[in-house]
Design a protein around this ligand. Structure first.
Ligand code: FAD
Length: 335
């Protein structure tokens, strides 16, 4: 029986891999365990990226397709599309996973269109299920829908590969296993016949202050914080705990904090060790972004606020009193 292949695109910038790619290799291993006779393959495009190929194996890939060409060190959508479509046609993967990053979202759509297959964007859950009609094992792709009030599970039973993009921070990466062995397959894909559509001028990095998705501790503020000044105290607490600040959409919409800090369905999905929700009511669109946190602490003056339904520790009280008290206590402990 031919092996079923799960492809994972390994996204990189300046020779650094986007963590979502390792998260997807971790998830792909889980899926492969449920899909008979299957393997996880990473796809790496670029040059001088042997270290990345080896790391992909140590993080769970059985094989890596290394499309070796220095032109791929820089992402240009139609060049990547050409290369990836070629590789997919050659190896016929069953499933293809891509990070829902800025690039990944664009590329996944372009690749799926060319391959005439289905794509579920922005998934928060993936599983292997049995197709009702054929009994065959297929990919079940779950994502929020109807403004986050419902979760939809989507399948693509008739076309291959079954494609999904997954938000960063949702899945868990596997630790590096230095003893893991695998195979690197080098592919040469010529681009010289490709009509030039984009002239590359320069890269201007986006200035970002927040590192929310991978912060171990997040102190997040909502409408209850009361204004931009309220976030100063939250920042002080976050600094003492070695974490970052986050926010609800209501706080962002009020103009109290920039949208790069927004957590939730239309913001970032986070899974810190500790998430402290201050003055956040606990709307479903916020909860979907924080539910994988290990410990959720909620501070809210309304004892009936829905956030208490999912909190591990609830503090009913005025955050303007609770947070300074927490800061004082922590300072004493750390002194
Ligand atoms: P509120 O709901 O107004 O709650 C404020 C809370 O603060 C209350 O519970 C109150 O009791 C408490 N409070 C007030 N004063 C104090 C005090 N002094 N001390 C302690 N507690 C106090 N929301 C997100 O967060 N992220 C998203 O990504 C997101 N995406 C959305 C997408 C769609 C399509 C839609 C329709 C909505 C989305 N929302 C999102 C909005 C969401 O539905 C809520 O409106 C929002 O999360 C509410 O923010 P909040 O909890 O800060 O404000």
């Amino acid at each position: 029986m031919e092996k079923k292949i799960i492809f994972v695109l390994v996204e990189h910038h300046d020779k650094k891999v986007h963590p979502v790619s390792w998260e997807l290799i971790g998830k792909a291993r889980e899926l492969a365990a449920k899909l008979d006779n299957s393997e996880v393959w990473g796809i790496v495009l670029g040059d001088e990226l042997e270290n990345i190929c080896n790391e992909a194996i140590k993080r769970g890939a059985d094989k890596v397709i290394y499309v070796k060409n220095s032109r791929f060190n820089r992402y240009i959508n139609y060049e990547y599309q050409t290369a990836i479509v070629n590789v997919v046609k050659k190896y016929n993967p069953e499933i293809f996973l891509i990070g829902a990053t800025l690039e990944g979202r664009e590329l996944a759509g372009m690749v799926a269109t060319k391959l005439e297959t289905g794509l579920t964007a922005d998934c928060t859950g993936l599983d292997i299920v049995s197709d009702n009609r054929t009994g065959k094992k297929i990919l079940a792709m779950t994502r929020p829908t109807f403004g986050g009030n419902l979760m939809a599970t989507i399948t693509c039973p008739q076309h291959r590969p079954q494609m999904a993009t997954v938000r960063p921070g949702v899945m868990k990466s596997l630790p590096i296993d230095p003893k893991r062995k695998g195979e690197i397959i080098v592919e040469n894909i010529e681009l010289k016949d490709l009509k030039k559509l984009i002239e590359f001028l320069e890269t201007i990095p986006v200035k970002t202050e927040s590192n929310l998705q991978y912060a171990p501790v997040i102190v997040s503020g909502g409408k209850g914080v009361g204004g931009p000044d309220g976030f100063k105290k939250l920042k002080e607490l976050a600094n003492l705990l070695g974490g970052e600040i986050g926010a609800s959409r209501a706080a962002v919409k009020a103009g109290w904090i920039s949208d790069e800090y927004q957590v939730g369905q239309t913001g970032k999905t986070v899974r810190p060790i500790l998430y402290i929700a201050c003055g956040i009511s606990g709307a479903i669109q916020h909860i979907v972004g924080i539910k994988e946190s290990e410990i959720i602490v909620a501070i809210n003056k309304d004892e009936n606020a829905p956030i208490f339904d999912i909190a591990d520790i609830g503090i009913v009280g005025d955050l303007h009193k609770v947070i300074p008290a927490l800061i004082d206590k922590l300072k004493q402990l750390l002194a």
